[in-house]
Design a protein around this ligand. Structure first.
Ligand SMILES: [Zn+2]
Length: 67
């Protein structure tokens, strides 16, 4: 089973392979336990982006479980 990348618990961004710290929120906790992969191209036009409070295009997880 391939390792799942980390997702940021703060901004929900899915991080690059082997990266365990979010470049946007370095103090935020990250988790490999997340669900719902979404690619947001135009945050200003996206309902999901509004719900996740995303302002930058990128790859995001809908739900990040932080323990
Ligand atoms: Zn983040």
């Amino acid at each position: 089973m391939p390792a799942q990348p980390f997702a940021c618990g703060e901004c929900h961004m899915i991080l690059a392979d082997k990266v365990d710290q979010c470049p946007r929120c370095p103090t935020a906790r990250v988790s490999t336990d997340w669900q719902g992969f979404v690619i947001i191209m135009q945050p200003e036009r996206s309902e999901i982006a509004k719900r996740l409070q995303v302002s930058q295009p990128g790859q995001y997880a809908l739900k990040v479980n932080i323990y």
